[in-house]
Unconditional design. Structure first.
Length: 68
């Protein structure tokens, strides 16, 4: 991928520095689901760190009970 940039190490380091993903301090992209990696619909309560879809699949195994 870096065939041309490998010959120019200074330009390669500059390219990698400016095109690196931004460090997040707040917002939806700060936390990810520890099971699947989704960023939306995140349940952080009780230290779960799961998205809502994974929580639905794993809720009974975690000890949560569904009430009608």
């Amino acid at each position: 991928m870096f065939t041309q940039l490998n010959a120019k190490p200074v330009k390669k380091t500059k390219y990698l520095r400016f095109n690196a993903p931004k460090e997040r301090s707040c917002g939806i992209a700060l936390r990810k689901c520890k099971n699947c990696g989704r960023m939306g619909g995140h349940i952080n309560k009780y230290g779960l760190h799961l998205c809502r879809q994974c929580f639905r699949e794993m809720a009974t195994g975690l000890g949560f009970k569904k009430y009608n």
